[in-house]
Design a protein around this ligand. Structure first.
Ligand code: SF4
Ligand code: SF4
Length: 134
C-alpha cells in the first residue's frame, strides 16, 4: 500500500509539454494497444499498423511525424483515451524498480516528475500501478 502521505499526483502531474512524445522508436504497441487504438480510429488493425506505425526490430512502434513528434501528438495526445499502455503508465514504469536512479534520469527530461520524494514512496506507487494493470 503506497504511503498515505504522498498521493500519486504528488509524485507526477503531466505538464503537457510533449517532450516525451518526441523522437523515434520509443513507443511500442502491443496487440491490446493496436486493437484499442484501431477501434478508436475506426480503422482495421492492419490499416492502423501500416499507416501509423513503423517497425523497430520485429515490433511495431508508433510512427514519428515530420516534426519529430509521435504521429499522434498535436499539442496534446490525440488518442489519449486509448494511448499505449506504456504512455499511460509513464513515469511509473518497471525499470525504476530495477534501478531507482532511473526516476531521476527520466525526471531530467520530464518537468512533471518530482525528485524530492523518498524512493520507497515511488516504488510503492509503481508496484501498485503494475499490480492494477496486470
Ligand atoms: S515530458 Fe512529462 S510533463 Fe511533458 S508531456 Fe511528457 S509526461 Fe507530460
Ligand atoms: S500516443 Fe500520445 S502520449 Fe503516447 S507518445 Fe504518442 S502522443 Fe505521446
Amino acid at each position: 500500500m503506497p504511503s498515505e502521505a504522498f498521493k500519486r499526483e504528488d509524485l507526477f502531474v503531466c505538464r503537457k509539454c510533449g517532450d516525451c512524445c518526441r523522437g523515434y522508436g520509443g513507443t511500442f504497441v502491443d496487440e491490446t494497444d493496436i486493437e484499442a487504438i484501431a477501434r478508436y480510429m475506426d480503422v482495421d488493425r492492419r490499416q492502423f499498423v501500416t499507416k501509423f506505425c513503423q517497425i523497430s526490430g520485429s515490433r511495431p512502434v508508433l510512427a514519428q511525424g515530420a516534426n519529430g513528434y509521435c504521429i499522434f501528438w498535436d499539442q496534446l495526445c490525440r488518442i489519449h483515451p486509448v494511448k499505449p499502455r506504456m504512455c499511460k503508465a509513464w513515469p511509473f514504469i518497471a525499470s525504476v524498480l530495477i534501478d531507482p536512479h532511473n526516476w531521476d534520469i527520466m525526471a531530467a527530461s520530464c518537468p512533471g516528475m518530482r525528485t524530492d520524494v523518498p524512493a520507497s514512496v515511488i516504488r510503492d506507487w509503481i508496484e501498485k500501478g503494475l499490480a492494477e494493470s496486470a
